[in-house]
Design a protein around this ligand. Structure first.
Ligand SMILES: N[C@@H](CCC[C@H](N)C(=O)O)C(=O)O
Length: 271
C-alpha cells in the first residue's frame, strides 16, 4: 500500500504527515509506532494525519499521534507545519485547522516565513489545585509544585534554576497524579519576557521543541507572576514568540520547515 508522506519540522520537533483527505488510511497504534521508530521506520516525534473537516469553517481535520501510538489533543509545532503545507499546496494563507482542541486559525506570513497559530484558550482548571495539594503532601524533592493546565493536551510546568529534573521526566510523565499522563516542562526565567524551556513530552520523551508546552509555560509563568503575557521562549531547536492575548487566546508564532517528501509502503509495517 504505497502512500505519500511529508516530513517536516518546527524547530527540530519533527513530523511525518500522512494525507487521509483522498481516503482513510489503516493506522492502528502499532503501525503509528513502527512508522515513527527512528531506526526501523521513517522516524518522527509525532505522526500527523490530515482528513476532510467535519466542522463548518475548517479547512482540514488534523490528528496528532505520539511515537508510542497514543493520540494527543494538540501539537503546536505540527499545527504550524500543517498551516505551511496548506499554504504551499492550496495557497491558503489563513487556514483553519480542526483539532481535538477546537478550531485553530493560522496565519502564514510568506515574507517572513513565520506562522502564527491561535492555539485557543488554556484550560486553567485542569488538575491545578489537586496537583499543587498533592505535591505538597508528597513532599517530593521537587522545586515546588508545577503549574498545570491543558492546551487541549496536558502540561505541567516546573519553574527551575537548572534542568537536572529532566532526568525524572519519564517518572513525572507517568506519575499517578496525571491520569492521562502529562507533558513535563522545565522553565528557567531569563527575564519576564524571556524564558528558556525544555519539555519531556508525553509519549515521545525530550524533544527539541514543544509548541503547546511553550504556550503552557508562558501562561503558567504569567499567572504565577513570574513572566509577562508576551514572551520569547528559547527551546533547544530555536525560539517561539508566545502571547497570551487579552481575549484569553494563546498565539504562537514560529517557523515551519519542509525536510523531504517520500512514499512508504504501509503494509510493510505491523497492523
Ligand atoms: N510536540 C508537541 C506536542 C505533541 C503532543 C504531546 N506529546 C502530547 O502527548 O500531548 C507540540 O509542539 O505541541
Amino acid at each position: 500500500m504505497l502512500t505519500a508522506f511529508h516530513k517536516m519540522h518546527g524547530l527540530g520537533n519533527d513530523f511525518v504527515i500522512l494525507d487521509e483527505r483522498p481516503a482513510p488510511l489503516p493506522l492502528p497504534p502499532t503501525r503509528v509506532a513502527a512508522l515513527a521508530h527512528r531506526r526501523r521506520g521513517i522516524g518522527c516525534d509525532q505522526l500527523v494525519t490530515l482528513a476532510p473537516p467535519t466542522l463548518p469553517g475548517a479547512d482540514v481535520l488534523v490528528r496528532f499521534f505520539n511515537p508510542d501510538g497514543s493520540e494527543a489533543g494538540a501539537c503546536g509545532n505540527a499545527s504550524r507545519c500543517v498551516a505551511d503545507l496548506l499554504y504551499r499546496q492550496q495557497g491558503l494563507d489563513t487556514p483553519v485547522l480542526q483539532t481535538r482542541a477546537g478550531l485553530l486559525p493560522a496565519t502564514v506570513d510568506a515574507a517572513s516565513g513565520l506562522i502564527t497559530v491561535d492555539m485557543g484558550e488554556p484550560r486553567l482548571d485542569w488538575r491545578d489545585v489537586p496537583l499543587a495539594a498533592a505535591m505538597d503532601t508528597l513532599s517530593l524533592p521537587l522545586p515546588g509544585a508545577p503549574a498545570a493546565l491543558s492546551m487541549g493536551n496536558p502540561h505541567a510546568t516546573f519553574f527551575v534554576e537548572d534542568f537536572s529534573l529532566l532526568d525524572r521526566g519519564a517518572a513525572l510523565e507517568n506519575d499517578p497524579l496525571f491520569p492521562e499522563r502529562a507533558n513535563i516542562g522545565l522553565a528557567i526565567m531569563l527575564a519576564p519576557d524571556h524564558m528558556r524551556l525544555k519539555v519531556h513530552e508525553r509519549g515521545a520523551g525530550v524533544t527539541e521543541a514543544c509548541g503547546s508546552g511553550a504556550c503552557a509555560a508562558v501562561v503558567n509563568a504569567a499567572r504565577r507572576g513570574l513572566g509577562a503575557r508576551l514572551c520569547t521562549v528559547e527551546l533547544d531547536g530555536g525560539a517561539l514568540r508566545i502571547e497570551w492575548a487579552a481575549n484569553n487566546h494563546v498565539l504562537m508564532t514560529g517557523p515551519a520547515t519542509a525536510s523531504f517528501e517520500g512514499v512508504v509502503d504501509l503494509a510493510a509495517y505491523p497492523s
